[in-house]
Design a protein around this ligand. Structure first.
Ligand code: RAT
Ligand code: ZN
Length: 417
């Protein structure tokens, strides 16, 4: 394939490569349609996304009591959010804009602001054909679910052998084990695993519990969301469970451990899922884990913008550390742009730039459309800079690099022995 020598041809080639790149979405909260009501989709779910619930209360100060909102039906909640955030105020936040991008790309007219018509269109969709259509519009080969055996309704689906879909792969989510050992013990004991104390017997039962779920799910990785005060090593329960349960299991099954660090859970409990906050995490904990266990692989994302530079430097030092995604409060264009530049400047293609964190199927469409635009801009700048040195990339090379950044490097990391 011919080399690109002209800056404007190069820019067009980069835009095309990123637009056409097949993406692997490595962290979502989606489920197969057969898993009861767990798979969320459609306009009312889009509008009641917890990011938008927080924005509703931020906008509607003093005019809406939390309990009144939570007592409303989903459809009334969605109508209120539409009225408040889309009709009475400009929908210019990232999550508000995301709803509009999604509807537009599905071919719906958002210009007339007619929620009734939009609802009618969704009511006519069949989820079995709609799901692959959304994946196609988003340009994904597959997405990774979050499968939490500590949530009874989720575990039930696997007990009942409900069918999956090829577009969704598994990840074993284990938060309670690390952050709430008593609760994890309750769930494990209901399933016949008698973990009780933080001692060798308890750790062994917890490992046996994880082994059983690894066998059942065949996950791509294990994962947990951790608070800003997660430290390692430490005399705390969290560190003991990581050392005695998580690390041996990860090693035994060659399963990376994904750590999502920096969430302060429920700082405003009245907001439900929308009530979590952010705190600066401890990158040294990640460093200590990576150095102490060089034979274990760690996938890491951090929630605080403040942590990003230190974490990126650390990833240059630890081949067993792979960074991913602009997580949650970092998933805003200004921060994605900054993080993407910083990571490429220090890691080249050895990073997974983004995950969607989609909780609602249709969100895949906007999350990836918005990300592609930023990644294309950043890559255009980077290739233009190297073009000025006389290095002339080909279209195939640019496509290769885009794929690495949006799924290829993740797959290589997962596959590494
Ligand atoms: O982004 C989100 O929707 C968060 O609420 C969390 O789900 C977070 O991504 C997590 O996986 O804990
Ligand atoms: Zn998530």
């Amino acid at each position: 394939m011919s080399k690109l020598t002209d800056p404007s041809a190069l820019a067009r080639a980069v835009e095309k490569a990123v637009a056409e790149c097949t993406i692997t979405d490595i962290h979502t909260h989606l489920f197969p349609p057969a898993h009861d009501e767990l798979l969320l989709w459609g306009v009312d779910e889009l509008l009641t996304y917890h990011y938008l619930v927080a924005e509703l209360f931020a906008t509607n100060v003093g005019r809406l009591a939390y309990e009144n909102f939570w007592h409303m039906s989903k459809s009334d909640q969605a109508a209120l959010i539409w009225k408040t955030l889309f009709v009475e105020h400009g929908p210019i936040s990232e999550s508000q804009r995301g709803v509009l991008t999604t509807l537009r790309r599905l071919g719906l007219d958002v210009g007339n602001r007619d929620l009734g018509r939009i609802r009618k269109w969704f009511a006519e969709q069949n989820i079995d054909s709609y799901l692959p259509k959304v994946f196609e519009l988003a340009g994904l080969d597959y997405a990774v679910m979050t499968n939490d055996p500590f949530v009874p309704i989720e575990a039930q689906q696997w007990d009942d052998c409900k069918p999956g879909v090829d577009l969704l792969r598994t990840a074993l989510r284990i938060d309670p084990l690390i952050v709430n050992w008593p609760k994890a013990c309750e769930v494990m004991s209901e399933c016949g695993f008698e973990a009780e104390n933080l001692d060798e017997a308890g750790y062994a039962e917890a490992r046996r519990f994880l082994d059983s779920w690894v066998a059942r799910l065949n996950p791509l990785y294990m994962a947990a969301s951790l608070p800003p005060d997660f430290h390692f090593p430490a005399a705390a329960t969290m560190a003991s469970v990581v050392e005695n349960v998580v690390i041996p299991t990860a090693r035994q099954h060659n399963l990376p451990m994904a750590m999502m660090i920096g969430v302060r859970k429920r700082i405003n409990p009245a907001l439900g899922d929308a009530g979590d906050g952010v705190g600066t995490g401890d990158v040294t904990a990640v460093q200590n884990l990576c150095m102490k266990y060089p034979d274990v692989k760690f996938l890491v994302t951090m929630l605080s913008r403040v942590n990003q530079h230190e974490l990126t430097v650390l990833a240059r030092k630890c081949p067993n550390l792979h960074l991913f995604g602009c997580w949650w409060f970092c998933n805003n264009p200004s921060i994605i742009d900054e993080m993407t530049r910083q990571r490429i400047e220090m890691l080249g293609t050895a990073v997974t730039l983004q995950h969607s964190d989609a909780r609602v199927l249709d969100q895949l469409i906007y999350k990836w459309a918005h990300t592609r635009k930023i990644v294309a801009n950043v890559l255009t700048d980077k290739y233009t800079d190297i073009l000025a040195t006389g290095w002339q990339p080909t279209e195939a090379e640019i496509a290769r690099d885009a794929r690495d950044l949006l799924g290829g490097s993740f797959e290589d990391f997962i596959a590494a022995e």
